[in-house]
Ligand binder design. Structure first.
Ligand code: AMP
Length: 545
């Protein structure tokens, strides 16, 4: 027997239709790339995204064609996504922080026919366009007054391009499993790999994000996604905000502490999301300027482990609750969210921070399990850690063009490459990337745990921990510290500070101070580069072995 419900394909552009119908006047406020603050709303965005779709159609863009975007979070980038989706093409976000060789690889591998670019990246494309033979047209996302004189192939001014059509366009009817978007993984080993989202996976994922125990946006929220649209599907905010009717504040190219602070306060933002490095800059700014965040209710922190001291600062000093989240490009990206179930709801102080250090529990649509190296499933006891695997309708089944071959195990689970434990209430905590775990005498040391504790020291701005070769133990931890300006913490200080916070055999064997820790294009500590930098480091304990 079949259900007797309507077949209403889960198409992404239905999200912007909904926002226009139910929340037409909710504002989308952007710091434009040209400088001034720009204000629009869902109704106008809807009208302009229809124009984008119509203009792409007029250009001969077909269903499934890839349209590259290299752009900051602004209303133009946001409406362009919906226009691309509504004509049946595929948005392909390209991360400008990648090296030119990687950009060339990704754009050619994705076979982008059109590249939409912000003014910021015009000089970059002018340099690399000769290596991008498949890009037929560059659309510069600006108006006539700011359109540069450029050598880009068939360069078009975005606003002129939109003025050439009337918006009288009907979205294409598509199969909900059709490709909607594409984002390449940062690829620390080998070439980056293309993750391909479908309309269905994006809609289901945004619905899963929208429940109160997850992102839980509402039409009363004003959300500021600092996380760029080009990072891991923009953490779904381009869909979950209009789906919930939340207003949006888009930061453009200004992601420094002062620019973010200005938007948070003048636009009365209630919820914001970014990686820890962004929040580190904001907290330093708040500290220096004696800033206050009266309207901000929630700070979503993910993409890398959120240090305990960061949660404490936001909550205790600035009155904004921290939501620690975990995910990955291959998961659309949300995998877990650390909201408080009743089992933990009454906690306060250090006990609350203990739980908030965890990456949290999975939304409906994500199944997660942990396994040992022999693929035996491990218990949820909050301490046994193993490989974290996931399954669900918004988790990748393969990479674009089947790069990397089969990526699922016999039960359809995807190995995240993360190592984690899960407690009895379903709260998962990442202890490491499997390749970063420190193997000391056959036991594993969590580099993330030690880093998180080390950055709590008042003289430490950022810390990383890596395994360094040791004659007796295989590997022992080396602590790498970037001090706060004007401070020089000693190794003894750090050991004293860490002594009651980590297991004694996790204590680093040595410490080095450096000016800057290298980060990947998505803001994660580049452990591979650190291991390379310190591969010949001789630990003082090596002699005694
Ligand atoms: P990406 O696909 O670039 O977003 O990277 C995904 C990876 O980032 C995950 O597999 C984790 O290793 C890491 N990651 C994301 N969020 C967190 C978090 N909250 N804590 C620790 N690691 C995280």
């Amino acid at each position: 027997m079949q259900g007797l419900m309507q077949d209403w394909p889960l198409l992404c552009h239905r999200v912007i239709d909904h926002a226009k119908t139910q929340h037409p006047n909710r504002e989308i406020i952007s710091r434009s790339v040209e400088g001034p603050i720009h204000r629009t709303n869902y109704s106008k965005i809807h009208a302009r995204s229809l124009k984008v779709a119509q203009a792409l159609d007029k250009m001969g863009i077909q269903e499934g064609d890839r349209i590259g975007t290299m752009a900051w979070n602004t209303w133009r980038h946001f409406e362009a996504w919906y226009g691309i989706l509504g004509v049946g093409a595929v948005y392909h976000t390209v991360n400008p922080r990648l090296f030119p060789e990687q950009l060339i690889y990704i754009i050619n591998h994705g076979e982008d026919r059109v590249m939409m670019t912000d003014l910021t990246f015009v000089p970059l494309f002018e340099k690399i366009q000769e290596h991008l033979p498949m890009v037929e047209t560059y659309i510069v996302m600006t108006d006539r007054d700011h359109m540069p004189d450029t050598s880009l192939k068939n360069a078009i001014c975005y606003e002129d391009w939109l003025n050439d059509v009337d918006g009288d366009f009907v979205w294409k009817e598509l199969d909900e499993n059709a490709a909607a978007g594409m984002c390449y993984t940062s690829g620390t080993t080998g070439n980056p790999k293309g993750v391909v989202y479908s309309h269905r996976s994006n809609v289901l994922h945004s619905m899963a994000c929208s429940v109160p125990d997850m992102l839980g946006l509402s039409s009363n929220d004003i959300a500021l996604p600092v996380v760029p649209l080009f990072h891991a599907n923009g953490w779904s905010l381009a869909f979950s905000a209009p789906m919930s009717g939340a207003g949006l504040v888009l930061p453009g190219a200004g992601m420094d502490g002062a620019s973010i602070y200005e938007l948070l306060t003048t636009e009365k933002v209630t919820v914001t999301a970014a990686v820890p490095t962004i929040w580190m800059m904001l907290l330093q700014y708040l500290e220096a300027e004696n800033g206050k965040l009266p309207d901000l209710q929630r700070v979503v922190i993910g993409g890398a482990a959120c240090p305990r001291a960061m949660t404490e600062a936001f909550q205790n000093k600035y009155g904004a609750h921290v939501d620690h989240a975990w995910g990955m490009t291959e998961m659309s990206p949300l995998g877990s969210f650390c909201s408080l179930k009743p089992e933990y709801a009454g906690l306060e102080g250090e006990a609350l921070l203990d739980i908030q250090e965890k990456q949290g529990h999975a939304p409906f649509s994500v199944e997660m399990k942990i396994f040992d190296d022999e693929d035996n499933e491990l218990p949820w006891d909050g301490k046994t850690f193993g490989r974290l695997k996931v399954r669900g309708p918004a988790v990748s089944s393969a990479y674009f063009k089947n790069e990397g071959g089969e990526i699922l195990d016999a039960n359809g689970f995807f190995d995240t490459g993360d190592v984690a434990h899960i407690d009895a209430h379903g709260y998962m905590q990442i202890t490491d990337r499997s390749k970063d775990v420190i193997k000391s005498g056959g036991e594993w040391i969590s580099s993330i745990d030690v880093e998180n504790m080390a950055v709590g020291h008042p003289d430490v701005a950022e810390a990383a921990v890596i395994g360094v070769a040791h004659p007796k133990w295989d590997e022992r931890p080396l602590l790498i510290v970037v001090p706060m300006e004007g401070k020089t913490p000693s190794f003894d200080d750090m050991k004293d500070y860490l002594s009651d916070k980590i297991a004694s055999w996790w204590m680093p064997d040595d410490m080095v101070i450096i000016k800057e820790i290298p980060h990947t294009a998505t803001g994660k500590i580049q452990k591979m580069e650190l291991r390379e930098m310190f591969k010949d480091h001789v630990l003082p304990t090596a002699d005694a072995a």
